[in-house]
Design a protein around this ligand. Structure first.
Ligand SMILES: O=C(O)CCC(=O)C(=O)O
Length: 280
């Protein structure tokens, strides 16, 4: 069904660059439903909701996560949208498990940018076949979109996450990273040394990147533009549970243990449903 949404060139680009921007792959009906979900989530924040930033003019950047099991719009999207299959084809995986969702909302004119970081090295799983998908629900210019350091998923080194707890000032976000982790290089201060990719995007477009890619940015919004983004994370064949001693964000170890998942296990259960399998 989705083969035409992902062509051979997209699969190659995802493998070499670690990121690909797919155009018009999500139908307008899904976007409308997800926008409703985001409005509801903003009005009824989950325990995982955070104020990431409020600038001197009161403009807020908000975040919420792992709401898909209680918000029907998100849950339907996880189970029935084409994105699970898209992720599977990009990863060249025989099956795909859903991991978790994240919502980012920035008020018009917000300048706040997310610090550059990697996803997979701080997740409670380990594996190369992962897709983080960044999906704006409103139009966004490349100067305000998420940025990805091309090819950084293939670097030998993975890095310690910047302290997001310093942004939220919330005790629950203070991740203690192990002594042997390496601080992330200063990408923002040395932009000319890296190839940084971003795109002008419309609702329906999705930026899919390997969870090991260094990414960050967004923000820089003009005064008449807000930004609402729905992110989803998808896992492929080689991913296994890993309770990392070097620190986890989000830390799923308790939830995983409660459903009988432990280090080395493949993902599954109702918390991480298998949403797609390759038909032979
Ligand atoms: O949209 C943002 O500001 C951050 C997104 C992000 O870090 C992610 O999707 O992993």
């Amino acid at each position: 069904m989705t083969t035409e949404r992902v062509c051979t060139e997209d699969i190659q680009t995802f493998a070499t660059d670690g990121v690909v921007c797919l155009r018009g792959v999500i139908e307008p009906d899904w976007i409308d439903r997800l926008l409703n979900g985001v409005e509801h989530t903003l009005a009824n924040p989950s325990p995982r909701a955070r104020l990431w930033n409020r600038d001197s003019e009161g403009r807020e950047s908000r975040y919420d996560s792992q709401v898909w099991r209680t918000r029907p719009e998100y849950g339907d999207f996880v189970r029935s949208s084409p994105l699970g299959e898209i992720a599977g084809r990009l990863m060249q995986s025989s099956r795909v498990n859903f991991f978790f969702d994240a919502m980012f909302s920035r008020a018009p004119g917000t300048q706040f940018r997310t610090p550059f970081h990697q996803d997979e090295p701080v997740w409670s799983v380990n594996g190369f076949q992962t897709v983080s998908s960044w999906m704006p629900l409103v139009p966004v210019a490349s100067s305000s979109a998420l940025e990805v350091v091309r090819g950084s998923h293939l670097w030998d080194q993975t890095f310690e996450q910047p302290n997001f707890g310093a942004l939220t000032r919330d005790a629950r976000d203070q991740v203690v990273f192990g002594d042997d982790t390496v601080p992330i290089p200063d990408i923002e201060g040395n932009r000319d040394r890296y190839e940084i990719l971003s795109w002008d995007m419309e609702p329906g477009d999705v930026m899919c990147f390997n969870g090991r890619c260094i990414h960050g940015g967004s923000g820089n919004l003009p005064d008449d533009r807000d930004l609402k983004v729905f992110n989803t994370k998808w896992l492929g064949d080689d991913v296994r549970v890993d309770f990392r001693k070097t620190g986890m964000d989000p830390d799923h170890s308790e939830a995983m243990t409660a459903v009988g998942l432990g280090p080395g296990n493949r993902l599954g259960t109702h918390l991480y449903p298998e949403v797609w399998t390759m038909q032979s």
